[in-house]
Design a protein around this ligand. Structure first.
Ligand SMILES: [Zn+2]
Length: 397
């Protein structure tokens, strides 16, 4: 932790974020209620909310003067949310409450190298941002692979065989906007916590199953990154001593048994070839005992991993995403195993539900990284990503 104190301008910047956070969780509210909740003086709240109203980030609802209700003006800014998946990049313009206004995407060509992916992304980002009628807060990228959030680098992108991709720096230089890059599932956890159904949750875990298996954890209302930014890599926790070799270099990782390719591989061994066009859809639609047993096994293995995470982090809410978990059979197996195998007191349960954002969870997650770092929960590290334009005059000196 850096030894950096809070001078007047930094204090003002943090208090401003506190007011926005208060409105995000509890709004609409009157100024006097914000003052009571934040324990800031009424004069301070009057000044801060006056600035936020001028910037347009906050709107005044019913009533006048001191009795007026204030709330987040969700369409005052847009965020470009980006999801770098294993084979595809998705982009969307997202508002301040997670609403998706416009989306697009392109395929990743592993042979063309990371430079081509970055330049395609810049072209598409410019095209999307030019469509927005309101200013942009920044660009948030959630990426698969091993991501270093502080530098914005994708340290390893195994799906294309790339290493050390300087995504954050390239985007920041070309787009001249604040850019936040982090692990995709961490963004999804942020989305559920900031603008999803669990916006009041101080502790939450997101589990995503796609080509990989990942999780993101919110502890005490904050995204948990760990010492090297690789916290909650649930897909690479050890489930057996040996087993197939994983891209991370280890053997016996959870991902090698419960990712979509792993489940499909086992299904083809047991059941024979699946539909070429959509093998997962084919498997999920089958009603025979062997197919259902295989899916239930995958759910139970994921449920054990969730139980371990629940015990480690003491979370009671788990949100899931990805197509495999769209199956009720798989989700029920996860839920019942997690509840049977967790360290719970009598009457306690682990609540598991699907994401509020459906298949848009990756892009909303990217946008949520910007909302988290630059708007609602700024902290000293946030300066590295740049500030939203509207807050530029509040930059600490
Ligand atoms: Zn691994």
């Amino acid at each position: 932790m850096a030894f950096v104190g809070h001078n007047v301008s930094r204090t003002k910047w943090l208090n401003r974020a506190l007011v926005l956070e208060c409105l995000r969780r509890e709004g609409p509210m009157r100024r006097v209620e914000i003052s009571r909740m934040t324990r800031l003086t009424q004069a301070t709240i009057t000044n801060l909310t006056a600035e936020l109203l001028v910037e347009g980030l906050v709107r005044q609802e019913k009533g006048r003067g001191r009795g007026a209700l204030l709330d987040i003006n969700e369409d005052a800014r847009t965020i470009l949310g980006v999801h770098v998946r294993s084979e595809r990049v998705e982009l969307a313009l997202v508002n301040m409450t997670g609403g998706v206004h416009e989306d697009s995407g392109f395929l990743i060509d592993p042979k063309a190298g990371p430079e081509a992916m970055i330049s395609n992304l810049i072209v598409e980002a410019r095209r999307m941002l030019s469509k927005s009628r309101v200013p942009s807060l920044g660009v948030g990228v959630g990426s698969a692979g091993h991501v270093r959030a502080e530098s914005g680098e994708i340290a390893r992108f195994p799906y294309a065989g790339w290493e050390r991709v300087p995504l954050g720096a390239s985007l920041r230089e070309s787009l001249e906007l604040p850019v936040v890059v982090d692990h995709n599932v961490r963004g999804m956890a942020a989305a559920e916590n900031l603008v999803g159904e669990d916006r009041d949750a101080s502790d939450l875990m997101f589990l995503y199953v796609g080509r990989g298996v990942g999780s993101g954890v919110i502890l005490d209302g904050n995204l948990f990154r760990g010492s090297t930014g690789a916290a909650a890599e649930i897909g690479h926790t050890n489930v057996t001593e040996s087993g197939p070799l994983c891209w991370c270099g280890n053997r016996g990782c959870l991902e090698m048994y419960t990712s979509e390719p792993a489940v499909l591989g086992r299904a083809e061994e047991l059941l024979g070839p699946l539909d070429d066009g959509d093998p997962l859809g084919d498997l999920l639609g089958r009603e025979d005992g062997r197919s259902r047993g295989l899916l239930r096994d995958a759910g139970e293995q994921l449920g054990l991993a969730v139980a371990n995470a629940v015990d480690l982090f003491n979370v009671r809410r788990v949100v899931v995403g990805g197509r495999l978990l769209s199956s009720d059979l798989v989700l029920n197996a996860v839920e019942s195993t997690a509840n049977h195998r967790s360290f719970l007191l009598p009457g306690e349960t682990v609540r598991i539900r699907r994401t509020s954002f459906g298949s848009s969870v990756g892009v909303v997650g990217g946008a949520a990284l910007v909302l988290d770092r630059l708007l609602f929960h700024p902290r000293l590290g946030s300066e590295a990503q740049g500030r939203p334009a509207a807050a530029r005059d509040l930059q600490p000196g």
